[in-house]
Design a protein around this ligand. Structure first.
Ligand code: NAP
Length: 295
C-alpha cells in the first residue's frame, strides 16, 4: 500500500486559521490583542531565520510581536534584566528566548528567569514538571505540533510501540513523556533511544511509530524500519547541494526516499514538523493571552 505523506503545511494552515479567528474574536470583544515577544542574541543565521518566521506568522494571525535583539557579547546580567522587564510588562502575554545562546550565557539560568506564565516555549522547569504530572501547561512547541499531526491523521497510537530517538529537553524528552500519557493520541509503550543506546536497530525495527530528533542527516535508514510503521522526522539538517541556488538544502534525520515506501505515514522535511512548531508556539501564545493556564 502506498504511504500517506503527513502534510504539515495543510495542518498548520488549519491551526493558524483557527488562531486567527480566535484573535479576531478577542479583538471584537474589546480585549487586548495577544502579544508575543522574541529575544534574539547574536547573528546565528538559523536562529535569525526561525525568529523571522515566528514574527511573520504572528503578523499573519493578527498577533502583535516584538523582536528584542542583542549583540553576541551581551552580558548574562543585561539579558536577565531584560527578562525581568518582560516578566513585569503586562502588555507582553508570552515570550521566547531563541536558543542556542552564546557560550558565556547559561541557558538554564535564562530559562529559569522566564516567568512560567509567559514561558510559551514550555521550557521552564515549572512547565516541564506540570507536563510530567499531567497538569495544564504550555507543551513545548515541537512535541505539541507532532501530537496535533497524529491527531489530525487519526494515526493509531493506543497500545503501540513508539521509539523516540533523541532525549533533548526541547524535543526528545518531552515527546517521550507525551507519547506515554493516558490520552487518545498517545497511550504508547515508549522506548527512548540516545547516543549511548546499543544496537538502536533492534528497537526501531520493533517500532510502530518512530520519532527521530537527532540532528544527523539520513540517520534512519530503510533497514531500521518495519513495514507499515509511522515515521515522524523532526531533524532539520543543512547539507551542501549543487542543485540549489543557495548551495545547500534542508534534510531530515530520515533517509526519506528509501524509508517512505515501507511506511504507513511519514513526514517530509521540509513541510512536516517544522511548520507545526511555529503554529504550536502561536497556540501557546493565545493560551497565554486568554490566561487559560496561568490566571
Ligand atoms: P540535540 O539537543 O542535539 O539532541 C540530539 C539528541 O540526539 C541527543 O539526545 C543525542 O543523544 C541524540 N543522538 C545524537 N547522536 C545519536 C546517535 N548516533 N544515536 C542515537 N541518538 C543520537 O538536538 P535537538 O534540539 O533535540 O534537535 C534534534 C534535531 O531536530 C535537529 O536537527 C534540530 O535542528 C531539529 N529540530 C527541529 C525542530 C522542528 O521544528 N522541526 C525543532 C527543534 C529541533 P545524547 O543525549 O546521548 O547526546
Amino acid at each position: 500500500m502506498p504511504y500517506t505523506l503527513i502534510n504539515g503545511k495543510e495542518v498548520s494552515e488549519k491551526v493558524l486559521e483557527q488562531i486567527k479567528q480566535e484573535v479576531n474574536e478577542l479583538k471584537q470583544a474589546g480585549k487586548k490583542t495577544p502579544h508575543l515577544a522574541a529575544v534574539l542574541v547574536g547573528d546565528n543565521p538559523a536562529s535569525m531565520a526561525y525568529v523571522n518566521s515566528k514574527i511573520k506568522t504572528c503578523e499573519r494571525v493578527g498577533v502583535t510581536s516584538s523582536l528584542i535583539k542583542f549583540e553576541t557579547d551581551v552580558t548574562e546580567q543585561t539579558l536577565l534584566n531584560k527578562l525581568e522587564e518582560l516578566n513585569n510588562n503586562a502588555e507582553i502575554d508570552g515570550y521566547i528566548v531563541q536558543l542556542p545562546l552564546p557560550k558565556h550565557i547559561s541557558e538554564q539560568k535564562i530559562i529559569e528567569a522566564i516567568k512560567p506564565g509567559k514561558d510559551v516555549d514550555g521550557f521552564h522547569p515549572v512547565n516541564v514538571g506540570k507536563l510530567v504530572l499531567n497538569l495544564p501547561t504550555y507543551i513545548s512547541a515541537t512535541p505539541f505540533g507532532i501530537i496535533q499531526l497524529l491527531e489530525y491523521y487519526k494515526i493509531p497510537t493506543q497500545g503501540k510501540h513508539c521509539v523516540v530517538i533523541g532525549r533533548s529537553n526541547i524535543v526528545g524528552s518531552p515527546m517521550s513523556i507525551l507519547m506515554a500519557k493516558n490520552t487518545q493520541y498517545a497511550n504508547c509503550t515508549v522506548t527512548l533511544c540516545h547516543s549511548k543506546t546499543e544496537n538502536i536497530k533492534q528497537y526501531t525495527l520493533a517500532a510502530d511509530i518512530i520519532i527521530a530528533a537527532i540532528g544527523k542527516p539520513n540517520f534512519v535508514t530503510a533497514d531500521m524500519v518495519k513495514q507499515g510503521a509511522t515515521v515522524i522526522d523532526v531533524g532539520i539538517n543543512r547539507i551542501a547541494s549543487p542543485d540549489t541556488k543557495s548551495g545547500y538544502k534542508l534534510v531530515g534525520d530520515v533517509a526519506f526516499d528509501e524509508v517512505s515506501p515501507k511506511c504507513a505515514y511519514i513526514t517530509p522535511v521540509p513541510g512536516g514538523v517544522g511548520l507545526m512548531t511555529i503554529a504550536s508556539l502561536l497556540k501557546n501564545t493565545l493560551l497565554a493571552a486568554k490566561k487559560e493556564i496561568y490566571k
